[in-house]
Design a protein around this ligand. Sequence first.
Ligand code: SAM
Ligand code: DTB
Ligand code: SF4
Length: 333
Amino acid sequence: MSQTADPHVHDIRHDWSVTEIRAIHDMPLLDLVHRAASVHRAHNDPGDVQRASLLSIKTGGCPEDCGYCSQSAHHKETGLPRQRLMPVETVLAEAAAAKANGATRFCMGAAWRSPKDGPEFDSVLAMVRGVRGLGMEACVTLGMLTTSQAERLAEAGLTAYNHNLDTGPDYYEKIVSTRTYEDRLNTLERVREAGIGVCCGGIIGLGEGVGDRVAMLQVLANHAPHPESVPINALAAVPGTPLGDAASTVDPFEMVRMCATARIVMPKARVRLSAGRRALSREAQALCFLAGANSIFYGERLLTTANNEADSDAALLQDLGIRVAEPVLAAAE
Ligand code: SAM
Ligand code: DTB
Ligand code: SF4
C-alpha cells in the first residue's frame, strides 16, 4: 500500500519542523507529487494558473552584492547596461500591453538596496496606481522598505510586495554580504503590517544543500498568515556573477520537489514557477502544475534574462486545458 494518503490534507499549519518538511521533500517523487496534488485540489482550483508579467523599471548599478544577480554593481563583468527609473507612462504602456496579452498581474522590479523618498518613490506610487487602474494586480520589488514607505505603497493600492528570502538562514551569508536575513524579515513584517500581500520565495541552484531549501520553506511556512505568493526560482546563471558558472544547472525534478513541498506546507499560497522555467520541458512544467504550481511569469523577459515565449506558454496552458486566473484585486486577503 502506498503511504501517500494524507489525513491532514485540509490543515493549514504554522508550526512545521524542519524534520517534517525534509521528510516530505525527500519522499519518492511520485508519492510527493500525489500528496501535493491532493493538498492543491483540496484548497485551490487546479485549472487556474495565474499569468504575471515582469518589468525591470530600474536596472543595474545596485549597491548590494547578491552573488546570483546580474544587477549588482559589484559584478562589473556582466556587461549589463544600467537604466535609470523608467518614466511612469512607459511603464503603464508596458502594463497595458501585458494585459492585452493575457496577464492579470504586473510586477515591477527595481535594482535598489532600498528606495529613496522623493520623486522616484512618488513615481513608483503613480505606477502602482496606474496598474491598478488598468484592473490588474500590482506587485513591486524595491529592496528594503521603511514603515512609512510600506504604508504609502498600501495607500496607492499595491496588491503585493515581492521580497525573497532566497535561501535558508544559515546559507544566506554565503550569497549576500551587504545585508542580513534579519533585514529581509524586518521588511516582510513592515509589508504585512501595512496590509499589503506578501510575495516571498527563493532560488535553488545557489550551491545550497537540500537542508537549506527546507530551512527556507520552514521560515516561510511558519509565517502566519502564509505569504500569498511564493516564487520558486532556479538560478538563471549570468556570466560575470560569482554564480555565473552554467555548470550548476538544477535538475527539473528538484523544481518539482520544491513546488510540491511548498504546496504541501502552504496549501493556499500561489506557488509561482519563476526563473529557470525556460530550462524546463513542457512535460516538466506540467508536473510542476500537477504538484501545485499555479502561477507563472508570462512574457519574453524576466528582469534582465530571457523567459519562455508567450506564444508557447499560451499553447502549453491551452494544451493542458488550464484556464487563466482572474485578478484578485483586494490589497491583502
Ligand atoms: N533589489 C530588490 C531585491 O533584491 O529585493 C528587487 C529586485 S531582485 C532582482 C528580486 C529577486 O529576483 C531576488 O530576490 C532573487 O530572488 C531574484 N533573482 C535575481 N537574480 C536572479 C537570478 N539570476 N536567478 C534567479 N533569481 C534571481
Ligand atoms: C522572483 O522571485 N523572481 C523574479 C521576481 N521575483 C522579481 C525575478 C527573476 C529574475 C531572474 C533573473 C533576471 O532576469 O535578472
Ligand atoms: Fe540588488 Fe536585488 Fe540584485 Fe541583490 S537581487 S543585487 S538587491 S537588484
